[in-house]
Design a protein around this ligand. Structure first.
Ligand SMILES: C[S@@+](CC[C@H](N)C(=O)[O-])C[C@H]1O[C@@H](n2cnc3c(N)ncnc32)[C@H](O)[C@@H]1O
Length: 238
């Protein structure tokens, strides 16, 4: 794929290939031109990089998954970016079907090529979905599990993502979110608690390595990061 590069991430004791954008700076320049210079966080396609929260929650789930491995689950990942977490979930849960959603159509080839490289194409399907819109009728309350990694970096996400996730989940469904605790984290948590019951909250350390977005962090002096992993249960829909 033009303008992309392969990085390798350890998952379940193997180094797995993940295709991400090659130069985020060049990519942003092109994107800024495309949107006439109107670059906002709400519209910025940050998902062409792999972010630390996705790696950390995937690693944590190997030991701490809330489901048995062989259960046939319907999983939806919101804001899937290049699809790393979806591929990891498909590997961890061999009977699960995963819908990898993002509003950026340009992420589809990344998700498809990554799912093929991991041998999980049959069970990881990309869908262009915008959580600011209503949940498609046929998806309502169908998911056992909804996940998102690093999906609260604009006020629009705080408002729209929690009710969107709630409308996707079955009555006994779970929502798992991983967040690098930027300044919106506290507000996000309060809003999420209005929609869901918080079951688990753990803090995991992330050693920033030279891969994906982490190049930027290393060069700006950030070497360690805390990632919060939150697990919520659906409130009963009375
Ligand atoms: C910081 S990136 C994280 C990507 C990936 N989860 C990871 O951790 O590597 C946030 C992702 O959310 C997506 N996103 C932002 N707003 C969205 C919206 N309204 N609907 C769907 N996806 C959205 C972006 O396109 C991007 O892929």
């Amino acid at each position: 794929m033009q303008g992309s590069k392969l990085i390798h991430i350890e998952f379940m004791n193997e180094l797995r290939p993940i295709r991400v954008v090659d130069s985020f700076d060049d990519f942003l320049d092109d994107f800024a031109t495309e949107v006439g210079g109107q670059l906002t966080d709400e519209r910025c396609p940050f998902g062409v990089l792999l972010w630390p929260s996705a790696r950390i929650v995937a690693r944590w789930l190997v030991q701490e998954a809330p489901w048995e491995r062989d259960v046939p689950l319907k999983i939806i990942e919101l804001g899937c970016g290049v699809g790393f977490l979806s591929c990891a979930l498909a590997t961890l849960f061999p009977n699960a079907e995963i819908i990898a959603c993002d509003y950026e159509a340009r992420l589809e080839p990344y998700v498809n090529v990554n799912a093929a490289a991991w041998g999980v194409s049959r069970r990881v399907e990309f869908r262009q979905v915008d959580w600011r819109q209503a949940v498609p009728q046929k998806w309502k309350h169908q998911a056992d599990w909804v996940l998102g990694a690093d999906v609260f970096y604009d006020d629009s996400h705080l408002k729209h993502l929690p009710p969107f996730a709630r409308d996707l989940l079955k009555a006994d469904g779970l929502l798992t979110l991983a967040d690098p605790k930027r300044f919106r984290f506290g507000t996000a948590l309060d809003i999420l608690k209005n929609h869901f019951t918080l079951r688990r909250w753990v803090e995991e350390d992330c050693d920033i390595e030279r891969e994906g977005i982490e190049d930027f962090m290393v060069s700006s002096g950030v070497l360690k990061q805390k990632v919060s992993i939150l697990e919520f249960a659906q409130r009963s829909r009375s």
